[in-house]
Design a protein around this ligand. Structure first.
Ligand SMILES: Cc1ncc(COP(=O)(O)O)c(C=O)c1O
Length: 402
């Protein structure tokens, strides 16, 4: 069982903001002390570049950076640390794949995606589809907005080359049955790319078990630093992707009129990498492992179900995702703009998200302009849920008078 009081001792923000009711972890999690300490330690005791200098400080910085790659490899059970590329975040990982794939796509090829995607999972493919003449194909969603294996099969054809889907929708909290989808897609020789920005921070993700070819996530949603993310890719596919950044450390041999690439991961890490970010992310993973991902998942599920059950009793709200598997509640107060509710809740230091959540295809699917979103992580308590419910009821009373 999670002892929230003890957990909060590791999140210094609760010392400066003891009344904080932070319910926006799907956007970004709060930051754990040991991560900040590790990042500071790198800057205070090393602060030098990796892979370059022939001196002790540089060797140590390189060791810590490469050790971080091994920690990430173990965290998602990748085949090797060479399958792990450090990027700026999920967005940069997913752009890297789409751009890197461009030269392998031809007119008429099909890219399967969905309306559940975060913009970073669909816009890069929209751009690449335009430049190559490939076609974007959307998995039809169920009435609730879910992706099912059957619906996926209905759009899979011999022309499908890429399947780019979200693991967990950041707007709806639905989990895609990706293991089955990947297995079917591979029978058609399609490459499967998973946006795992919302799953890796909340549940055990094993890339080999899921069978995906590429997977992307960000550090800042899992207690790690912002500005660092991960791209996992299978070796043979990684080495077929064209890099889209060129510069230091990614080239093998450079001649006056051409150059050759190093193998992954360095092939995709041109320039000085996010050294402190990688070190911080590895520390965040150790922190999660010290609590246990299963314990975190059980805890956030409890908070999710508790809040949902209380919300179902409130008149005048529409909940769009009562069947979400992951701890995200997406809703609206009838007749009140979501930003008004979010601003009112902020007066009680209750932080929720209002807007389209960078997933406009979802809000269009729901036939609204914007919604409110509540999301949980390990530092949230049942008391937070009660504070939120009370604040929500008072906001409704204020705006709607009932
Ligand atoms: C499902 C999903 N994909 C991608 C992203 C983009 O992540 P980042 O902004 O860290 O690149 C997010 C962030 O909200 C997300 O929730």
């Amino acid at each position: 069982m999670i002892d929230v009081k003890k957990i909060r001792e590791n999140f210094i923000i609760y010392q400066t903001q003891p009344k904080l009711c932070y319910l926006d972890s799907a956007a970004s999690s709060l930051k754990v002390k040991t991560v900040v300490d590790q990042v500071n330690k790198y800057y205070h005791t090393l602060g030098v570049n990796v892979h370059r200098g022939a001196y002790e400080l540089a060797y140590e910085a390189t060791k810590q950076y490469e050790d971080a790659r091994i920690t990430v490899k173990n965290f998602i059970n990748a085949e090797s640390e060479d399958n792990i590329i450090f990027t700026r975040g999920t967005t940069s990982s997913l752009n890297l794949i789409a751009k890197g794939f461009e030269h392998m796509l031809n007119p008429g090829d099909e890219i399967i995606t969905s309306e559940l995607e975060h913009h970073s999972s669909v816009l890069p493919w929209m751009v690449v589809a335009k430049s190559t003449g490939a076609k974007l194909v959307y998995v039809p969603l169920t009435k609730q907005g879910k992706i099912t294996v059957e619906n996926f099969k209905s759009v899979l054809t011999s022309k499908t080359k890429v399947v780019a889907l979200t693991h967990v929708s950041n707007a709806m909290g639905y989990m895609t049955p990706i293991k089955e989808i990947a297995s079917i897609a591979h029978k058609h020789q399609a490459v499967v790319i998973l946006d795992a920005a919302q799953s890796v921070p909340h549940t055990k993700v094993d890339v080999q078990e899921l069978g995906v070819d590429f997977l992307a996530f960000s550090g800042h949603k899992m207690f790690g630093p912002s500005g660092v993310g991960v791209l996992y890719g299978k070796t043979s596919l990684l080495n077929q992707l064209e890099p889209y950044e060129f510069g230091g450390e990614m080239a093998d041999q450079v001649f006056k009129d051409h150059f050759t690439y190093k193998d992954a991961p360095l092939r995709f890490e041109a320039g000085t990498p996010v050294i402190s970010g990688a070190i911080g992310l590895a520390e965040a993973m150790r922190y999660i492992e010290s609590i246990g991902m299963d314990n975190i998942e059980e805890h956030t599920k409890k908070l999710h179900q508790y809040t949902l059950s209380k919300m179902k009793d409130i008149d005048g709200i529409t909940i769009y995702n009562t069947e979400a598997e992951m701890p995200i509640i997406n809703f609206n107060v009838i007749g009140v703009h979501p930003h008004d509710i979010a601003t009112t809740l902020d007066q009680y230091q209750i932080n929720v998200r209002a807007g389209h959540h960078c997933a406009q295809l979802v809000t269009k699917f729901l036939d609204v302009n914007s919604t409110l979103r509540v999301s949980f992580h390990v530092y949230n308590s049942i008391e937070d849920c009660d504070i939120f419910i009370k604040g929500l009821k008072e906001s409704i009373q204020f705006f709607n008078g009932f």
